[in-house]
Design a protein around this ligand. Sequence first.
Ligand SMILES: Cc1cc2nc3c(=O)[nH]c(=O)nc-3n(C[C@H](O)[C@H](O)[C@H](O)COP(=O)(O)OP(=O)(O)OC[C@H]3O[C@@H](n4cnc5c(N)ncnc54)[C@H](O)[C@@H]3O)c2cc1C
Length: 396
Amino acid sequence: LEEITIDLLRLCRAAGAVFVKGKVIGLNTSEQKIFLEAKAPLYYDLLSLNIGSIPDSSIKGAKEYAVALKPIYPFIKKWRGFLSLSAEGRVVIVGAGAGGVELGLSIKGRQRKASVTVVGIELLPSHNKMAKSLAFKACSDRGVKLITGEKVLEIKKNEVVLENGKVIPSDFTILATSAEPHFFLKNSGISLDKKGFVSVKKSLQSVSHPNVFAVGDCASFEEKGVSKAGVYAVREAPVLFKNIESYLRDGKIAGFKEYKPQRSFLALIGCGDNTAIAVRDFWALRGKFFWGLKKWIDKRFMSKFLSAIEMKALMMKPSADLMKCTACGGKTGAKVLYSSLAELKGIKVKADDAVFLEEGSLFIQSVDGFFAPDISPYLLGKIIALHGFNDIIAKG
Ligand SMILES: Cc1cc2nc3c(=O)[nH]c(=O)nc-3n(C[C@H](O)[C@H](O)[C@H](O)COP(=O)(O)OP(=O)(O)OC[C@H]3O[C@@H](n4cnc5c(N)ncnc54)[C@H](O)[C@@H]3O)c2cc1C
């Protein structure tokens, strides 16, 4: 898992950015505010949406009885739980696109005793005929059962029901259906396309809100042919960086960089047996070379990020820049605080942890000045509240 994981916390720290771990559940573009699950909201001047997509879960019972392939961490947790109980179970993958087929073949490659079925309306709907027949052959070679031309009507606890009435028994049902937008975008006030993805200009800015950018799967371009694929998301990143930089510097994007999507791309679908199917435009081939190529491309991409271990070493290195905790040095000294407060008119100042606002009143006030370390505003708020309470307790 480490090979395919980017440690965001360490990456953000190394880049001098604040990482807030949380799930975004709402966006209000008129108040420039994002809502987080079980955390205080965050306000923004500029927002960049890079939230990807989620698998279509509109099939009856999908949310209750199937495990979505994205987000990946909850999926991996549930998959490992399933494997610890049985390595020979019946796995059904709903969705026969490149993701579903690749996953089915990979599972079969690792869990040879498991029965794997991939079911979908169409096999590799975004790819050419040659690719479809190579994928069909790979599935039959590897013992992956393919059911195409059939719509799934309902997902139940231990079965997948097709529209033709056929029932497929399943111990673990995976949702690898088409990419859908996040629900919370709907009421955000931002312009969306017909499906609900964020409509963006060539500058990667929202067509309705210039201070909101969107890239990757969550963005929708007027230009046709931008697939929901990582290769597009990756090439959008340098354009996004440049345009955000201009926007922050000039308040607008003067002479912005235009994102020009590539006409087509080489898709590489792993077959779980050290071969991969390579597809581009009207041709497709399967072989070991393409699996080697896929691994090389992916490893090269990952090596651009500091590995978790390298980043850890960087964090351990004593350096003034990396020392995040300023300990007691983070507090404004008593003398500075006292003399600053003394300048305020109409306020009686006493050098104490906290003071009663009026004689005999129960209102206590505590004032302090803090250096704000680059942690989340929520955590900073918690530290400040705790500090305030400590002062009040110290007052007795
Ligand atoms: C099995 C499979 C195989 C694939 N293989 C390929 C391939 O070989 N080549 C290729 O080009 N593409 C491939 N794709 C497609 C590719 O994964 C996506 O197009 C790509 O990841 C999109 O990048 P993104 O940055 O837009 O979104 P993602 O990579 O999905 O990243 C979105 C990020 O946002 C976070 N996030 C999501 N929702 C929230 C929220 N509410 N709050 C906070 N954070 C949130 C997620 O945790 C994640 O970190 C594959 C997809 C699948 C499912």
